[in-house]
Design a protein around this ligand. Structure first.
Ligand SMILES: [Zn+2]
Length: 311
């Protein structure tokens, strides 16, 4: 039985699976990234996990994995197989694909960016299945984007395409982790909304989900925090709409779990700002936090030109 290794490396944990050529998940596992032990420990954790998945596959199916797909955060050059920069894992110029291929004894490896891999999965198996042009925007700790075009995701010349989180929507706005002011990520990520609601509510433990609940319950302070984030998000999305003219915008991540509390005002705010273009549909992501791992599996099969379109 042919199978591929799918591995999604996140800031704190890794999600992995063995994926059949039909897109089905045969075996799933999770592990911590060991970020607290430094960049080399993270690299070792990734390589060990990949080797363990290969061992499980060989034991179960009696053959080597057909290929492996590994999705990682940061600036990822998918062509060179290098992680140029991953701030949260401490990586810089890491030739991760070569290291993985060596550890997996020659199994071919596709290295991908986590959000672009997630977008690939949403575009083939999830909310955007069959949609020729979409933008996938997960609103989590940060904000990134994946530009889907005809079944693939645009990586850019240097692996940096889709970074909508660092589009500046308010030049005098709050400081972003990247050093600029007023980035979309600093205003409308789940973390940013959580911070704003913690400050407004006086509860330092409050997060974005609490803010959404307070909005639904009619709390005017929460409504103000929410409206501010929705306004910033609409500004960022309209920039993307003007540039890309997507048919669909797929919004995922923690903030999208608010459902209609987010989507109703967001659709209105985008419609208010678009002057002359056709509006894209704005829909919730369908695959949740499995998207990155599924996308990693798709990257592996793509390497072998095996077309996986339905789960
Ligand atoms: Zn920024």
């Amino acid at each position: 039985m042919r199978y591929a290794i799918a591995l999604d490396v996140g800031g704190t944990g890794m999600k992995a699976a063995l994926m059949g050529a039909d897109g089905g998940l045969l075996h799933q596992a999770r592990r911590p990234t060991r970020r607290e032990d430094g960049p080399q420990a993270v690299t070792a954790a990734v390589l060990d996990f990949a080797a363990e998945l290969r061992r499980v596959g060989v034991e179960r199916y009696g053959e080597e994995p057909a290929a492996a797909g590994v999705a990682v955060p940061g600036i990822v050059d998918e062509v060179d197989g290098q992680v140029a920069y991953a701030a949260n894992l401490g990586w810089r110029d890491l030739p991760l694909r070569d290291l993985l291929e060596e550890r997996l004894a020659g199994v071919r490896v596709a290295l991908g960016h986590d959000v672009r891999a997630g977008g690939l999965a949403e575009g083939r198996l999830g909310a955007g299945a069959g949609v020729d042009r979409f933008l996938f925007v997960p609103l989590g700790t940060g904000i990134a984007g994946a530009i889907g075009i005809d079944g693939r995701v645009e990586a850019g010349a240097h692996g940096g395409a889709g970074e909508i989180g660092h589009v500046i929507v308010r030049p005098d706005g709050p400081l972003c982790g990247c050093g600029a002011r007023g980035c979309l990520e600093a205003l409308a990520s789940a973390s940013a909304v959580g911070r704003a609601w913690a400050a407004a509510s006086g509860d330092p433990t409050a997060g974005a989900a609490d803010a959404a609940r307070a909005v639904a319950a009619g709390d005017p302070r929460a409504a103000a925090v929410w409206a501010d984030a929705v306004d910033a998000l609409a500004a960022g999305l309209v920039t993307a709409v003007r540039l890309l003219d997507p048919r669909m915008v797929i919004v995922g991540g923690g903030l999208a779990e608010a459902g209609d509390v987010l989507f109703r005002p967001l659709r209105d705010a985008v419609a208010d700002r678009v002057r002359f273009q056709r509006l894209p549909s704005i829909v919730p992501a369908a695959l949740g936090d499995a998207a990155g791992c599924l996308g990693a599996g798709l990257l592996a099969w793509d390497l072998l030109s095996v077309e996986v379109t339905t789960p």
